[in-house]
Design a protein. Structure first.
Length: 136
């Protein structure tokens, strides 16, 4: 299987710059459509740090008919870098019908906590691929 992987529209550590609403939907839809037309088997949105952009990305990705997996980048305390909880993110995104979730681009020392929170928040499949560095 081929995953088409893409990240946030802005640097994920600058959550205040994350677009929302129609702008985010339109930009993610262009990329999702290109990957779908190129023959991707599913879409992998990586390193999303806000609920508002995550929502629009998944919504745009689902218009292609492909499965969508959404990856969150998390900080101390297991929250998204925006400070929003994983539980709130899952509650907001799950009704859109993603195939699964992930924790990624998160230092391994923080990923364990985030993964535990994700496991409590969803029954969908999820994965973790941490890094050894610091995202700041």
């Amino acid at each position: 299987m081929v995953a088409a992987s893409f990240a946030t529209l802005e640097i994920y550590s600058r959550t205040e710059d994350a677009p929302s609403g129609r702008e985010a939907f339109d930009e993610h839809r262009v990329m999702a459509d290109m990957f779908a037309e190129a023959g991707a088997d599913f879409l992998l949105f990586e390193a999303f740090s806000t609920i508002r952009e995550s929502y629009e990305a998944v919504r745009a990705g689902r218009t292609t008919g492909l499965d969508v997996v959404l990856g969150f980048v998390c900080g101390p305390g297991g929250t998204l870098l925006s400070g929003e909880s994983i539980e709130e993110a899952v509650r907001t995104i799950e009704p859109l019908g993603p195939a699964g979730f992930a924790i990624n681009c998160t230092p391994v020392t923080l990923a364990t906590r985030a993964a535990a929170d994700l496991a409590r928040a969803t029954r969908l499949p999820f994965g973790v691929y941490a890094n050894v560095g610091d995202w700041r």
